[in-house]
Design a protein around this ligand. Structure first.
Ligand code: UD1
Length: 433
């Protein structure tokens, strides 16, 4: 099994270009099958989750023409099957976007129950509530979610919980429902807006994405479009935090600085220097950072997907910090691994971490429990004294394009290894560094 091996201690310095947003791309690719004409999607990140979804889309009979690493042309005209069930798709949360897309287009869909990162129970009741309000009947049978409708009619739907997935999924189906749908208490994340923008480019009539209320006037059909995915705000945030963790100086390029506001202000608050440009943000960290409190919230609040990276930098900050996880109930599973590297973090209940900052982390053998925690442990390893070996890195590959290459270009000493021999070779090399 592949592992990452990291020798910490180098400040990361330089520029890094951010890829397209994974979470936006997943919604966009599902939306693309709703037309019977080509939809050309560019700025796709080349990450496992996107590649698995493309594979699932081609298994429905839709054509998927991968023009290059970051561009795919999808045409939903050839879809023969509304059943999506392959062994990979079960591992991935966003497979459920195919439910909304196929329900809207064909009034029927069967998709394997989604998996994704194990960060707490991840129900889909709000998705099903939305589909049912539009006139569909949903059931779970043999590990599949099956939704059916004779006709779909617009409705007023109030989500009991702010959910990115439910907002996008119900928006997809409602585009082709008869009449007006009003979605209230929706998620406002940039990727919700991005999916709405693509759908509008395909002829949908969606207003209000990015606010608390989305209004959708159903149309009869959608047509082809060309669309470029927005930059990944979590990938950008991860590199910004890498500068903070390693006392480095990183400029993240190809970003929308507005999407990073909440990360920028937290980094400033704890002592980083930040400069913002039209499509870039530079983070400089020259001194030991200060403690703070952080509470994860739906956008524009502090993203839960940056919570583990935040805990890593606070584990090295001066004083006691408190981080509260309000979105997912099981998102501190990595803390045990971080304490193996010397961090002083205590989890109270299941959702509050109390972090007493220390001066230095030390390398250890750790295992990655989920995607974002994996990225955070890599940041910890880059900041630590000595060598860290990270197992179960498959999670990280789901969401970070060229992670090793990008970190190496910033001066990080990190390699992918596949055997004890390669690990020994790295250790020998590291001694002379
Ligand atoms: C998406 C992101 C994920 C991010 C999360 C929160 C994708 C592919 N994944 O996940 O990276 O961490 O948003 O920003 O875009 N909930 C319910 N019932 C539902 C749906 C959700 O109770 O039907 C709850 C969840 O358990 C969670 C909260 O709502 O507590 C938010 O979840 P949601 O926004 O739906 O997350 P995902 O769309 O799964």
């Amino acid at each position: 099994m592949e592992q990452y091996i990291v020798k910490g201690g180098n400040p990361l310095v330089g520029e890094v270009v951010i890829s397209g947003a994974k979470n936006a791309a997943l919604g966009i690719l599902a939306a693309a099958i709703m037309a019977d004409e080509p939809v050309l999607v560019s700025n796709l990140p080349d990450v496992n989750d996107v590649n698995v979804l493309l594979e699932a889309i081609s298994q429905t009979g839709a054509s998927v023409d991968r023009r290059d690493r970051h561009t795919a042309r999808i045409n939903g005209v050839g879809i023969r099957s509304c059943v999506v069930n392959n062994s990979y798709i079960k591992k991935m949360r966003a497979s459920y976007y195919l439910l909304g897309a196929m329900l809207g287009k064909y009034h029927h869909a069967e998709v394997a129950l989604p998996g994704g990162c194990n960060i707490g129970s991840r129900p889909i009741d709000q998705h099903l509530k939305g589909f049912s309000a539009l006139g569909a009947v949903g059931r779970i049978q043999n590990g599949m979610i099956i939704v059916d409708a004779k006709r779909l009619a617009g409705a007023r739907i109030y989500f009991d919980k702010v959910s990115v997935g439910a907002t996008i999924n119900v928006m997809l189906a409602a585009c082709l429902a008869e009449g007006r749908t009003i979605l209230e208490n929706v998620a406002k994340e940039p990727h919700v807006v991005d999916v709405a923008n693509l759908l509008n480019a395909m002829g949908a009539n969606i207003k209000g994405a990015g606010t608390d209320v989305i209004r959708i006037d159903g149309v009869e059909k959608l047509h082809g479009a060309d669309y470029s995915v927005i930059p990944d705000q979590i990938e950008a945030g991860t590199y910004m935090f890498a500068a903070a963790a390693t006392k480095g100086d990183i400029t993240v390029r190809n970003v929308i600085p507005k999407h990073l506001d909440c990360l920028t202000s937290k980094l400033r608050e704890i002592g980083c220097e930040i400069s913002e440009f039209d499509d870039a943000v530079r983070v400089v960290c020259k001194k030991r950072l200060r403690c703070t409190s952080v509470n994860t919230m739906p956008y524009p609040g502090f993203p839960t997907d940056m919570q583990p990276q935040m805990v890593v930098i606070l584990s090295l900050a001066e004083g006691t910090s408190i981080v509260t996880e309000s979105i997912f109930e099981n998102r501190f599973r990595y803390v045990g691994e971080l304490t193996r590297m010397g961090a002083n973090v205590r989890v109270e209940g299941s959702n509050i971490a109390i972090i007493n900052g220390i001066h230095q982390l030390s390398g250890a053998q750790v295992s990655v429990p989920d995607l974002r925690a994996g990225a955070a442990l890599v940041l910890a390893a880059l900041a630590a004294d000595g060598i860290t070996v990270l197992e179960d890195i498959e999670y990280i590959k789901r969401g970070y394009e060229d992670f090793v290459e990008k970190l190496s270009s910033l001066g990080g000493v990190i390699e992918t290894v596949d055997s004890e021999k390669e690990i020994s070779k790295f250790r020998l090399k590291a001694v002379s560094m």
